[in-house]
Design a binder for this molecule. Structure first.
Ligand code: NAP
Ligand code: G3H
Length: 483
């Protein structure tokens, strides 16, 4: 099944139906964040090779768009079957390549299969509309507009390292269901897992050229892809820094962006402390905090702060730290630079007076889960996204103060509100400047058909299965003028 994509530990790119090596012979070694061992090598594609890949998608996608919706849906269902069949094999590679706990890595693959199935079914249910002219102007009674949806063409899909299978498929499957072709640029760390996903699409029957891949460092090949004249839309997930750069250079191009976050968990006095602490710890520390939707700060009412911090501490102490193959929640961060950055934020907070509850221990890129209490707004950790296993607790005196600190963030992905008082929950939820507010639950993306969006520096456009299909297609109006 996967033998075509690799030769002597070197992974190839899918270009126009063939798995090919780069003629430059330049390779990028992908080492495991766990122990530095070699996971494999991927091709550093040249710009000329990227041209061939983009041209291939441009000339092939119409064949796909002309297939019936049911045929496209059947290919997606087959892809999901293949992913389910190989979930353990792909999960193992994923676990090693990005240091994600093995069970969660397998779940990423099976969740992706479910996502693809739902997308296939949703695609069958997408409908246009019919508008009558005289609802605007009685003299236009003879006009009827039939509005259908058309693909956009070549979707450039760029995914981040933390969900290389799921966040790739969440672009590719809706793009395909809408009749587009996809030029896929996987994250470099995560590329090997992502190429397995692409092989599943190919094996399921996506025609040659409808998905082509370009591996290579984003910092080298990225700008070329973004500004390529044959790309019709960009669907990007990654950091706010890269997202803003892309937005600057992309010009007049439709873009969807899922970017960074600083999700706050606001905790009122009346909560069930056990349940709230459980949610916060899962939200903050799963996959070592390397999730856009991780709980990245707690804003808790002063009077219950001691009790909440105690409950959080009890749970964090029990988190397993170490190897993703041994069921550890806290695993080595993606690289040393990431660990160094988180350490900087911890050091800054402690220097400025934050109280260390536990953690602040580091072995290279393995950072032990860290909880900081009495975090104040002059500390970097109050505002910056660590993307690592550190949870700052900010004590507040009122709901208004919590809302104000939550909204002062440059980010606006999600927030949680924990309270038994539904009126207060709604009051706060309506004031928060974020894409989604979770009431009495940790911040999280799924279920994957819910709308998923960030405001401010957390993104633009809306994803979620139906929304993604809509975003990667456009209305086309055909007006009948009755005589
Ligand atoms: P990243 O460094 O921004 O990289 C994301 C992707 O962009 C990678 O494929 C990267 O390629 C590519 N890239 C880099 N420079 C580029 C350029 N100039 N042009 C085009 N592509 C370029 O982000 P990351 O470290 O992988 O992911 C972590 C970040 O993503 C966090 O901030 C997290 O919050 C955010 N994220 C957001 C969501 C969401 O839904 N809102 C979901 C997941 C993650 P290389 O790998 O080759 O550098
Ligand atoms: O990292 C960003 C993902 O979209 C988060 O998904 O909340 O299911 O972990 P998740």
């Amino acid at each position: 099944m996967f033998s075509d994509i690799i030769k002597n530990g070197e992974y190839k790119n899918l270009v126009n139906g063939k798995w090919v090596e780069s003629s430059s012979k330049e390779l990028i070694s992908i080492s495991s964040p766990v122990d530095g061992s070699l996971v494999g090598k991927v091709q550093a594609m040249s710009m000329e090779e990227a041209d061939i890949a983009i041209h291939g998608v441009k000339t092939s996608y119409r064949v796909w768009a002309e297939k019936s919706i049911s045929e496209r849906a059947a290919v997606l269902h087959k892809t999901a079957d293949i992913l389910e069949e190989y979930s353990k094999q792909i999960g193992k590679i994923l676990a090693w390549e990005i240091a994600k706990e093995y069970g969660s890595a397998v779940t990423e693959v099976t969740r992706t299969a479910e996502f693809i199935r739902f997308t296939a079914e949703q695609g069958k249910r997408m409908q246009g509309e019919t508008l009558y002219g005289d609802s605007f102007d009685e003299k236009a009674k003879n006009k009827i507009s039939i509005v259908t949806r058309e693909p956009l063409g070549v979707i450039l899909a760029i995914a981040p390292f933390n969900y290389p299978v799921n966040l790739s498929a969440s672009k590719i499957a809706p793009a395909l269901m809408a009749g587009n072709g996809v030029l896929f640029k996987p994250p470099t760390q995560g590329a090997i897992s992502a190429l397995h996903l692409i092989r599943a699409f190919q094996m399921a029957g996506v025609p040659d050229g409808v998905i082509n891949t370009v591996t290579g460092r984003g910092s080298i090949i990225g700008d070329y892809l973004i500004t390529h004249k044959d790309v019709d839309m960009i669907n990007f997930t990654g950091s706010t820094e890269v997202g803003k750069h892309i937005a600057k250079i992309a010009g007049m191009m439709p873009i969807i962006m899922e970017l960074g976050g600083k999700d706050a968990a606001i905790v009122l006095e009346d909560v069930d402390l056990e349940d709230t602490a459980e949610n916060i710890v899962k939200g903050a520390f799963s996959y070592s905090g390397q999730r856009c939707t991780a709980v990245k700060r707690v804003l808790v009412m002063d009077e219950i702060a001691d009790s909440l911090v105690g409950k959080i501490k009890e749970r964090v102490e029990k988190l397993k730290v170490g190897n993703p193959m041994d069921g550890a929640t806290i695993t080595p961060l993606i690289d040393d630079r990431a660990a160094e950055f988180v350490q900087e934020l911890i050091d800054d907070a402690i220097t400025k007076g934050a109280i260390l509850i536990l953690g602040n221990k580091r072995e290279k890129n393995l950072l032990y889960p860290t909880v900081l209490d009495q975090v104040k707004i002059d500390m970097r950790i109050a505002w910056e996204e660590p993307f690592g296993p550190v949870l700052p607790v900010i004590r507040v005196k009122s709901i208004e103060e919590a809302i104000s600190i939550a909204n002062r963030s440059e980010y606006g992905l999600q927030s949680s509100v924990f309270t038994k008082n539904i009126d207060k929950a709604f009051y706060i939820a309506r004031k928060l400047e974020v894409g989604t507010v979770q009431i009495n639950n940790k911040t999280e993306r799924g279920p994957d058909h819910f709308p998923f969006l960030g405001v401010k520096s957390s993104g633009m456009g809306t994803q979620g299965i139906k929304y993604s299909i809509e975003a990667m297609s456009r209305p086309k109006a055909i007006v009948i003028n009755l005589k």
